[in-house]
Design a protein around this ligand. Structure first.
Ligand code: NAI
Length: 742
């Protein structure tokens, strides 16, 4: 044992302690020690027998006299703990306050379970559990108001471990632990602490069960010092459980096996699976020690993530687990897989909510057109385009066979968004998502998700999400892909313009209402789990700030001028920090870099916004886009339609729109109308509703019509996007096949 240093005694002067059942046994020892240390003591005891029958004031009175004889302050209370209010009132009437409550009163009505009567059960619950509740509740508000309180619950090893003949008592005693655990949580912010002890000592309760030598040896004085320490203001222990006796004290806690997941996503969970995993469920090797209900819920979050049934959870980069599935499907095979995406229906509310989410404010008069639906120019911010694309994406990503993503290892690395027309301020958009590529970066895998979003058959925008899955590299994939929308560094000169905005403390709380419910952005525990000191701002929210800065600086907030944005998320932003967007104008390209002003950390890199005029117009370097080869084909088709006219219209009876892309951007549109009159082909989007819309690059179009590219393959590899009635597309073959000779 360590050598004892002369210590400052723990004093309780000025404090008022209430000890129930203090007329004898343990309670008496507590009362005496509290008084010796300067506290004023309410000595409560009903004075009945061990079974809870009868009553007398003598027990409490004797202890009060003992205390007074030693010069201490004490007052007797003879009420049953079931009348908690009265006992607490005695403290208030006599001493004007209540600081400490030791719930100690107790009786025994031991019976084997089969012989336990209703009365045996009820009396035990009433004295131990209900009595502790009543006394504590009566004191609670006083403790809250004075911002100080110490509470002790008395459990028993019979409750912790079970004991023959004490079913009623065990239940009540461990019920008190549950009560204590919750009071510890509820009281914490008021400096009310609640702990539980499971004592063993000689008393009239134990003299019938313990041998006399033990009853003599296990003195109540060996319990009292723990109680006094736990009730001292310098003790910060809260919500704990101690076994104590014979001068020894030990703390208890929960231990939990790593356990086993016994079901698979979208499959039934069966009793057989439980049986088959039983060993692992019960294996305490590498067991953990959960400390709170949060630990428990975190485990369930993790399980749901592993099963892929929870959307958009955490981004904690620790170790990788983008695994190939047991069926042997590998990551490379997941390339080209299409993901189902739900429709995104929205009213004016969502664009307004989004505008607020990215920091727009009525303080700025020209923000009104994004915040007020009756403003004449009411518009949807261009960067809102990420919202419909993202809706439901994580869920469907989780369901791709072969892709077994651990969402806790997922980082949003980069984002590209391109608009083909201003976003509607309300409507229903439908997205098509494809795994465009999966790159092997060694330390992780990069998932490129291409999402085309349509309003009816009109392509409204294109998003490329670049997701980094930490630790999932090394699967033998390629390092780069021509599908990647690359980042571009800004010029080396100082920025041409900067714009600054303070994010609000609630920025992430607001932004998440757009549908990104990842708790990382709101729950401090979850954020800590991901290695962050606080919940962080959504990367896409930071992008939203930067996008609107450019829109204001270089496009006078005219949404029709906004073409595309590309960003890389370099560092997290904490809500409340100041964002500064630095901008460089190079023709129609605005390079940008976003920083957190407080620490000068760069949070968006390699970023740019292209304003509309870049398409079709000569580029900055003086070159213009190449001629479209497909134009020739459409000219030929036009001639043919005129030849066959009505006959073809009757057979096909459909309208086809073609969106021909060049360098990833729509370069032109063609419509073949084989529904109206004698048939017609014209440049531009369909004047009447198109039945089927195709999107593909100029080169792929040529490959397709020359028969070198199979339409099915083109579709499944993501080269050809089809929107609308897919069956009609077969009829097209009859128009196209003859052009193989071109
Ligand atoms: P004890 O019988 O000496 O003390 C209990 C006191 O509570 C008695 O003075 C009794 O008159 C009083 N009491 C009973 N019903 C009451 C009511 N309705 N209102 C007010 N006072 C009432 O027993 P002991 O051993 O000192 O027990 C104290 C506490 O410690 C009890 O809660 C008991 O269950 C618990 N405990 C004791 C153990 C031991 O080894 N002594 C083991 C585990 C738990």
């Amino acid at each position: 044992m360590a050598e004892m240093l002369p210590a400052v005694p723990l004093r309780l002067d000025g404090k008022v302690a209430l000890v129930t059942g203090a007329g004898g046994g343990l309670g008496r020892a507590y009362a005496l020690l509290f008084a010796e240390r300067g506290a004023s003591v309410v000595v409560n005891d009903l004075g009945g027998d061990i079974k809870g029958e009868g009553k007398s004031s003598s027990a409490a009175d004797r202890v009060v006299e003992e205390i007074r004889a030693k010069g201490g302050n004490a007052v007797a209370s003879y009420d049953s703990v079931e009348e908690g209010e009265k006992i607490v009132q005695t403290a208030l009437d006599t001493y004007g306050r209540i600081d400490i409550v030791v719930n100690n009163a107790g009786i025994l009505r031991d019976r084997s379970f089969a012989r336990t009567s209703d009365l045996d059960w009820d009396l035990i619950q009433r004295v131990h559990l209900r009595g502790s509740f009543k006394v504590t509740r009566a004191a609670w508000n006083h403790m809250k108001n004075q911002n100080y309180g110490r509470i002790i619950m008395t459990a028993s090893t019979s409750g912790i471990y079970g004991n023959f003949g004490q079913a009623n008592y065990s239940a009540a005693k461990l019920g008190l632990l549950g009560l204590s655990n919750t009071l510890a949580i509820e009281g914490q912010k008021y400096n009310i602490q609640c702990n539980t002890i499971a004592p063993t000592a000689g008393s009239r309760l134990t003299e019938t069960v313990l041998p006399q030598e033990l009853v003599d040896a296990l003195k109540p004085e060996f319990i009292a010092p723990l109680v006094v320490w736990l009730c001292h203001e310098s003790c910060q222990e809260n919500g704990s459980l101690f076994e104590v006796g014979a001068g020894w004290i030990g703390k208890l806690r929960w231990e939990r096996t790593l356990g086993a997941i016994v079901r698979q996503n979208n499959q039934q969970m069966t009793p057989e699976a439980v049986r088959d995993n039983w060993k692992q469920i019960c294996d305490f090797d590498n067991a953990t020690k959960p400390e709170s209900g949060r630990d428990s819920i975190m485990t369930l979050h993790e399980v749901l993530n592993k099963l892929g049934t929870k959307q958009g959870i955490s981004t904690n980069p620790t170790s990788g687990s983008l695994q190939t599935s047991t069926s042997g499907t590998n990551l490379i095979e997941a390339i080209g897989k299409r993901l189902s995406a739900p429709e995104y229906a929205y009213t004016n509310l969502q664009p307004i909510l989004y505008a607020l989410g990215v920091g727009m404010t009525t303080k700025d008069p020209d923000h009104l057109k994004f915040l007020f639906e009756r403003n004449e120019e009411f518009s949807c911010l261009p960067s809102f385009g990420v919202i419909p694309a993202q809706a439901g994406m994580f869920g469907s990503l989780a369901s791709v066979p072969g892709l077994n993503i651990d969402f806790t290892k997922l980082l949003h690395g980069e984002q590209y968004l391109e608009l083909y027309k201003p976003l509607p301020t309300s409507g229903t958009l439908k997205s098509e998502c494809i795994i465009a590529d999966i790159l092997d970066k060694g330390s992780g895998a990069v998932l490129l998700l291409d999402v085309h979003t349509y309003n009816e058959s009109d392509l409204v925008c294109f998003n490329q999400f670049s997701l980094f899955v930490v630790g999932a590299g090394g699967f033998g994939g390629k390092r780069t892909s021509d599908k990647v929308k690359v980042t571009v560094n800004p010029p080396s000169r100082p920025p041409d313009a900067t714009m600054t905005d303070v994010t609000s403390t609630n920025q992430a709380a607001l932004y998440r209402l757009n549908g990104d419910w990842n708790p990382l952005h709101i729950d401090p525990t979850f954020a800590a789990f991901g290695g962050f000191t606080k919940p962080i701002l959504h990367g896409l929210c930071t992008m939203g700030f930067a996008a609107r800065h450019v829109l204001k600086q270089y496009a006078n907030n005219d949404v029709t001028k906004f073409k595309s944005i590309k960003v890389r998320f370099a560092k997290p932003v904490i809500p409340g920090q100041t964002l500064e967007t630095e901008m460089w104008k190079e023709g129609n390209r605005i390079h940008l870099r976003a920083k957190v002003k407080e620490n000068n950390e760069v949070v968006l890199t390699g970023a740019y916004v292209d304003l509309v005029d870049t398409v079709h117009k000569p580029r900055d370097d003086g070159t213009s886009m190449r001629e479209l080869q497909s134009d020739l084909v459409f000219a030929e088709i036009s001639r043919r339609i005129q030849d066959v006219g009505r006959e073809m219209v009757k057979k096909v009876n459909a309208i086809f729109q073609w969106d021909i892309t060049q360098e990833g951007k729509i370069a032109t549109q063609w419509t073949i109308d084989l529904k109206n009159d004698s048939g017609e082909l014209y440049r531009g989007a369909a004047r009447h509703q198109a039945d089927t819309t195709f999107m593909l690059s100029d080169e792929d179009f040529m490959q397709l019509v020359s028969g070198k590219l199979n339409p099915q393959k083109a579709f499944f590899s993501g080269k050809l996007h089809i929107k609308g009635n897919i069956m009609h597309s077969q009829k097209l073959e009859m128009i196209l096949k003859d052009y193989a000779k071109l």
